[in-house]
Design a protein around this ligand. Structure first.
Ligand SMILES: C[S@@+](CC[C@H](N)C(=O)[O-])C[C@H]1O[C@@H](n2cnc3c(N)ncnc32)[C@H](O)[C@@H]1O
Length: 428
């Protein structure tokens, strides 16, 4: 029997050829999905219960549903935007590699940026502070709600190999010496609701931070100086591109000694087996997840520029070493870096020097006027003159008579009457 060329033949149970229409778009591709035995059994059961012949049919159905919800969400978003025109951003200044945008970065994240175009978002959003800065902060308990549209935008614009780095300071609850959980809630929300992965938490230790809040630290003496910001390094997949070889620290004197004189392999009391490989000079040591950078610059070129032109100096800048570290570790030259809460555009200036493309978006145009100071003249090198080593003194090394220094029994609920606070004896 002759069959038309768009028919393929199979066979019925009696062996008679049965004509089946040749699929116009045959499914010739296959993909291996790694599952546990339990996951596989569960999927098969769900597929069967939902009336699908195969797990493949079931997965295709789930995928179609996911596609539909995206289309609906986009359509909804479009309708919403038509009814309530979204704020837009405008180009404030462009350089060879980057652009400063003025306006609400949500507009850029939602409309202007290409989906999957950004290699690294490194930013410091307004913190959920109790005492508000001049540029306005969200209250801690509203923080996650405020952040949600940004989280959606970040997912939209980031490449799957990309990273999201958020520098975020902690906050005290009003009127009591306890801490807000808002930055941990943000982290949980980003991972649990938006599917980000926590690659590694980092801490930026600012050795020059003042002992605040003075009431709990200096007056009632019931808390210690708060000197670190959390930096959440997150990613879309568990495998963002990265290399710690790009951010090595100089070896310490003892490590240099060890490399010179050799190390005898042995089992440490901790159980760690330190092998001969420890003797290898890798050009520097892998840094810890603690970035020690003082944020003291008050008379740099940026401040001079702002003063000369009568622009406000941004009150909450991060030092260039913070974006530098993540840009070097997580991106290659010409990759695209985004800072959606740009402030004085530190990220853009660092990216420019490191030969990365960049977009910085800031709501308040006054800060962009000042940020121009970072590009006039164009930055050609990162500031290394203030690169120093900080040491931290061990606590508990000043002798104290516990009888003379009682604990504040009531936890500092009231101030101690003047003259009752005991003095710590100077070391003998
Ligand atoms: C902590 S500051 C960033 C400082 C910056 N890292 C620097 O070193 O100069 C946060 C900035 O985000 C800006 N901002 C807040 N909401 C914004 C939004 N929706 N779009 C763009 N910028 C926003 C604020 O005006 C503020 O300047």
């Amino acid at each position: 029997m002759e069959y038309p060329s768009d028919f393929i033949t199979g066979g019925d149970p009696l062996g008679n050829p049965v004509a089946r229409a040749k699929a116009p778009n045959p499914r010739l591709a296959s993909v291996n999905v790694r599952l546990t035995t339990g996951e596989r059994a569960e999927m098969e059961e769900f597929a069967d219960r939902s009336g699908f012949r195969t797990v493949s049919d079931y997965l295709r159905h789930l995928h179609d549903q996911a596609k539909m919800s995206t289309v609906e969400a986009d359509a909804d978003g479009k309708k919403h935007r038509e009814e309530f025109p979204a704020p837009s951003v405008s180009t404030y200044h462009s350089t060879r590699l980057g652009t400063m945008l003025c306006g609400d970065s949500l507009a850029y994240l939602r409309d202007d940026a290409n989906r999957g175009s950004v290699d690294l978002i490194v930013t410091s959003p307004p913190f959920g502070l109790v005492r508000k800065k001049t540029y306005g902060n969200e209250d801690a308990h509203l923080y996650c709600d405020w952040f949600r549209p940004f989280a959606e935008g970040f997912r939209r614009v980031l490449k799957s190999s990309g990273s999201l780095v958020i520098d975020i300071g902690g906050a005290w609850k009003p009127g009591q010496p306890t801490r807000s959980l808002y930055h941990f809630e943000l982290l949980l929300m980003l991972c649990e609701e938006y599917g980000f992965h926590l690659c590694q938490e980092h801490y930026w230790w600012n050795p020059s931070k003042l002992p605040t809040p003075a009431e709990w630290v200096n007056v009632r003496r019931v808390r210690v100086k708060d000197a670190v910001n959390c930096i959440w390094w997150l990613s879309q997949t568990p495998w963002p591109k990265a290399s710690n070889r790009r951010v090595l620290a100089p070896y310490s004197a003892s490590m240099r000694d060890l490399l010179k004189n050799g190390y005898r392999a042995k089992l440490r009391p901790s159980g760690h087996d330190i092998s001969e490989k420890f003797n290898k000079d890798n050009g520097g040591s892998v840094p810890p997840n603690l970035l020690a950078v003082a944020n003291t610059e008050s008379n740099g070129a940026y401040q001079d520029y702002c003063r000369r032109h009568d622009h406000p100096i941004h009150p909450a800048r991060f030092p260039e070493q913070v974006p530098e570290y993540f840009i070097r570790m997580l991106t290659d030259p010409h990759d695209l870096i985004l800072d959606p809460f740009a402030g004085s555009c530190v990220t853009g200036a660092v990216a420019e020097v490191l030969d990365r493309r960049w977009v910085c978006c800031e709501l308040n145009e006054d800060y962009l006027h000042g940020a121009m100071g970072r590009f006039d003249p164009m930055p050609s090198a990162l500031n290394r003159t203030k690169s120093v080593t900080y040491s931290i003194q061990p606590p508990c090394r000043v002798p104290v008579s516990e009888e003379e220094v009682p604990l504040v029994e009531h936890g500092g609920i009231t101030r101690e009457p003047p003259g009752t606070a005991r003095k710590v004896q100077p070391p003998v």
